[in-house]
Design a protein around this ligand. Structure first.
Ligand SMILES: [Zn+2]
Length: 463
């Protein structure tokens, strides 16, 4: 204890000032602290700038590609510039699916008119024979309809799944859930009846000429080529079929698998001051489909995750628990990055108390979706009032992110930030997902929202 008697007046004043700051810090309310977080985020456009570089210089960064390797190097440099205690790469092996030359989709009417369609191969699809496939088209809106038509009608034809995403659903993820099965599993359903290929209406409510790709899988069937078609051209084709059911469609693609590649998650770590063995992870995925800049999906989620530490660092908040920012690889194809991260966490006996992902686009943040037991959900839900001034009104216990999902059986409380979903599927997996579609203020509000929840979880812990 200092001896006040022998201290001079100046020293005493200095000590009082330090004590006042210390008391002020410790008693600063969560409300004020969170206000500081939002203010700090709104004044810092570093992430917006980094997202521009990532989107423009490293687009089409599907796992396994050389551009994805360069994007990893770029993200490592970004993280290294942010005063983390440790920055490292975590190796994982990824598949390398290659689209090859641009796909062709052409309708030939019986009068031999040619109409070009905007199409793209679905991820994981086999290519067509070198001369393409020319066949009649069977349009369906459900698997039941396909079952009814059966082999007699379907054999040798191109099955056209033309089910629109429901525009009446306020939560577009729900509408997406109703149609994504055609993209994901349609090829195997159609192949059962001898179809030559499938063409799927893009999973979006936007009416435009962008085909939206996404992963598909084969299951117990012949592997037939699978394509997506833009919504405008799906409508064109449907109309033409009503006029001429015998028209033919020519499809050509060149996609194939190359050999597996070594790839990496990029990790930045800050050691916790009180509970270094308890880990809080925040992340997004770096890979993006090969026809997109991947700004909303999910470059934005990556830069927001890095923002969490940048904001803390600017405010002078050192987390009690170890904070890991994880930029995952291969969310879109096989989630090898997420799997590797969880595998290493288990192997090294690293206790992850909380993981937060940002992979729902970076439009205006509206809440959090959690995946946990009722005790922890209740605990996190108690913080919800602190978020209301910022328009964050949704705390639901209804699922989290794909990459962090592999931590589920390690009893980690999982969460995903929710952004306004209205336009997310306009961008999703298409050439429309460019940097220009990202709003700077919404991006920064998302960062602040994530940082605020992590601050609360770090400060008070979980059950
Ligand atoms: Zn994503």
């Amino acid at each position: 204890m200092p001896n006040f008697k022998i201290m001079n007046y100046k020293t005493l004043l200095q000590l009082s000032a330090i004590l006042l700051i210390a008391v002020g810090c410790s008693t600063r309310s969560d409300k004020d602290f969170i206000a500081d977080i939002y203010k700090t985020a709104s004044c810092d456009s570093t992430s917006y700038h980094n997202l521009r570089v990532l989107s423009k210089n490293y687009p089409n960064r599907l796992c396994g590609t050389s551009i994805s390797a360069k994007a990893i190097e770029y993200m490592k440099e970004v993280i290294q510039g942010e005063k983390f205690d440790t920055v490292y790469l975590q190796e994982c092996t990824v598949a390398h699916w290659d689209r090859g030359v641009k796909e062709i989709g052409t309708v030939y009417s019986s009068k031999n008119d040619k109409i070009k369609l905007a199409v793209c191969a679905l991820g994981n699809s086999v290519g067509t024979p070198v001369n393409g496939i020319k066949a009649e088209v069977v349009e369906v809106k459900s698997f039941e309809e396909l079952d009814k038509l059966g082999e007699r009608i379907v054999k040798g034809k191109i099955v056209f799944f033309n089910k629109s995403m429901d525009p009446n659903k306020i939560n577009s993820f729900e509408a997406y859930g109703e149609v994504v099965g055609f993209r994901f599993a349609g090829a195997s359903f159609a192949a059962k009846y001898g179809a030559a290929a499938i063409l799927v209406r893009s999973c979006t409510t936007a009416i435009d000429t962008f085909p939206h790709t996404g992963v598909m899988r084969y299951k117990d069937s012949k592997e037939i080529p699978a394509f997506a078609v833009s919504t405008v051209h799906a409508d064109v084709l449907s109309k033409l079929l009503k006029e001429d059911s015998r028209l033919s469609l020519y499809l050509k693609s060149d996609c194939k698998f190359l050999s597996d590649e070594k790839s990496y998650n990029v990790i930045g770590e800050i050691k916790g001051s009180e509970f270094p063995d308890e880990i809080i992870t925040v992340g997004g995925h770096l890979d993006a489909w090969d026809i997109t800049e991947g700004a909303h999906d999910d470059g934005g989620g990556c830069v927001q995750s890095i923002d969490v530490w940048r904001i803390f660092s600017k405010i002078g908040y050192h987390p009690k628990r170890t904070l890991r920012v994880v930029i995952f690889m291969d969310e879109e194809m096989n989630q090898r990055g997420g799997k590797k991260y969880a595998e290493m966490a288990r192997l090294n006996n690293k206790k992850h108390i909380f993981a937060l992902e940002s992979d729902g686009g970076c439009d205006k943040p509206i809440g959090f979706s959690l995946e946990t037991d009722s005790t922890n959900f209740k605990k996190v839900g108690l913080y919800s009032n602190l978020f209301k001034p910022y328009g964050i009104n949704n705390f639901i216990n209804g699922g989290s992110g794909v990459d962090i999902g592999f931590l589920k059986d390690q009893k980690t409380v999982l969460a995903e930030i929710m952004a306004d979903p209205t336009h997310y599927f306009d961008y999703h997996h298409s050439g429309y997902d460019t940097f220009e579609r990202v709003n700077k203020e919404f991006l920064q509000q998302g960062s602040a929202t994530m940082a605020s929840l992590i601050y609360l979880v770090d400060k008070y812990g979980l059950k």
